[in-house]
Design a protein around this ligand. Structure first.
Ligand code: UGA
Length: 445
């Protein structure tokens, strides 16, 4: 099939590359000429396991190409995917400007019937708005061309996006015609062979499914974090509690790992957007609000813990903290809404300094914060420890799990660890003479 994608962010690029890899002829469109030029040279704007190989292969095979020419993209694709960003506006609602601009362009430029697929995460009712926009533009052109709009939300996880795309749990299609369902079925057929994973529903339900899935997952994280805070005060161990509740198959072991809060480009934005949708409807949604509030508090907890250990925030001035992990989770260089940033900025605000190491997010940190005298970007995890008062762990990268504690003890000023992801075993550290703070477990000395 001939496909075009509007937007080459991480969703658009992964979708385009994976669809090209199974033989569809894909054109990826972006208005940013510099970005398109870099992608043509094989420089990808996102770090995603396996993506560079697929892009390189499909560009070489000729099944994937990039353009800034909207008319060419609309002419090429029988199916047009809208995968542009929907950043939050100043009120937290999803900003549909880019989605509706793409719809306008499609209406203006289409010369033959088209199926439009909305992939971006968009509030309920957006597929209808896209439909109205295209219909309005077509009628102003006095064109009677046929088109249809489907909602096809994506459920990719950053860091595992390619494998999620190749082996989806489900493919949600919100459509109002059986013809559109049939096209979507054919398009996804290569990813749907072993078991039928297509779920057809109306567009509004498909749009809400996306928000409901992310809000449910975010709820699990905030719930376990709330329990962790209680466990700490009750002298219980959240890691035991986690196993105890996860064993109930109705609860499950996934997504109940306590930590310093969820981040990234999706959960915070989508929970806020859902809250906003509820407000617009005049419906109070206290659960959704609490999920967000618990998370905001959780992101502060490392700083609170550190300040309290040193006898107050005023005693942090002039101290240096070694920070392992900057990305919002392992497997990505993404620092959007990362809990590490809340800690870094809180420490700076009281006059402390940071030495840090992340396996892939160092240049992202440089891009965000620039050169600063109170931020030292180090070449190795051990280098970050030199002369620091304590180690603070923000992201549970595999390479942080079994470090050489003897070497760490020699490099740090104090044998002191604040672990925001519970990667170490408290007993082992105490025996080794460390002071260890973690999440939802009693501090050990
Ligand atoms: C999330 C969803 O998992 C995807 O299904 C969805 O498609 C995507 O958002 C999206 O809407 O595009 P992602 O943001 O890549 O994916 O990250 P997750 O792996 O879900 O992690 C989100 C955050 O929750 C991370 O900060 C992570 O550290 C935290 N988390 C996750 C926990 O603190 N505990 C857990 O048990 C699980």
């Amino acid at each position: 099939m001939k496909l075009s994608l509007f937007g080459t962010g991480y969703v658009g690029l992964v979708t385009g590359a994976c669809l090209a890899d199974v033989g569809h002829e894909v054109v990826c469109l972006d208005i940013d000429a510099g970005k398109i030029e870099r992608m043509q040279r094989g420089e990808l704007p996102v770090y995603e396991t396996g993506l560079d190989n697929i892009v390189e292969r499909t560009v070489r095979m000729g099944s994937l190409s990039f353009t800034t020419d909207t008319a060419q993209a609309v002419r090429h694709g029988e199916v047009l995917f809208i995968a542009v960003g929907t950043p939050p506006d100043e009120t937290g609602a999803a900003d549909l400007r880019h989605v509706l601009a793409a719809a306008e362009e499609i209406g203006r430029l289409m010369e033959a019937p088209r199926l439009i697929v909305v992939k971006s995460t968009v509030p309920v009712g957006t597929a209808e708005k896209v439909r109205e926009t295209i219909a309005r533009v077509l009628s102003s052109r006095r064109s009677g061309l046929g088109f249809d709009v489907v909602s096809n939300p994506e459920f990719l996880k950053e860091g595992a996006a390619v494998s999620d795309f190749l082996k989806p749990d489900r493919i949600v299609v919100g459509a109002s015609s059986s013809q559109a369902c049939e096209v979507m079925k054919q398009l996804y057929e290569p990813f749907n062979r072993s078991q039928d994973r297509m779920l057809y529903m109306d567009p509004r339900s498909a749009e809400l499914t996306k928000y409901a899935a992310n809000a449910m997952l975010a709820t699990k994280v905030s719930f376990i974090n709330e329990m962790a805070n209680l466990a700490e005060r009750l002298g219980a161990d959240i890691e035991q509690v986690r196993k105890g509740i996860g064993a109930d198959s109705r609860i499950g072991h996934q997504f109940i790992y306590p930590g310093i809060g969820y981040g990234g480009s999706c959960f915070p934005k989508d929970v806020q957007a859902l809250k906003h949708t509820a407000e617009d409807l005049g419906y109070e949604a206290p659960l959704i609000e609490a999920v967000h509030e618990v998370n905001e508090r959780q992101k502060q907890r490392l700083f609170t813990q550190i300040a309290s250990h040193f006898g107050g925030a005023e005693n942090l001035r002039g101290r240096t903290f070694a920070l392992w992990g900057l990305a919002f989770k392992p497997g990505t260089n993404d620092m959007r809404e990362a809990p590490s940033r809340v800690l870094i900025e809180a420490l700076w605000a009281v006059g402390a300094r940071i030495r840090t190491f992340d396996p892939v997010a160092m240049s992202e940190a440089r891009r965000i914060y620039g050169e600063r005298e109170d931020l030292v970007l180090c070449d190795s995890k051990y280098g970050a420890l030199d002369g620091a008062d304590a180690l603070v762990l923000c992201t549970e990268w595999a390479q942080f799990r079994a470090p050489d504690f003897a070497e760490m003890g020699e490099r740090l000023r104090f044998r002191l660890i604040f672990d925001g992801r519970n990667v170490f075993t408290p007993q082992r550290l105490v025996e080794d003479g460390w002071t260890y703070f973690s999440v939802g477990r009693r501090a050990v000395y």
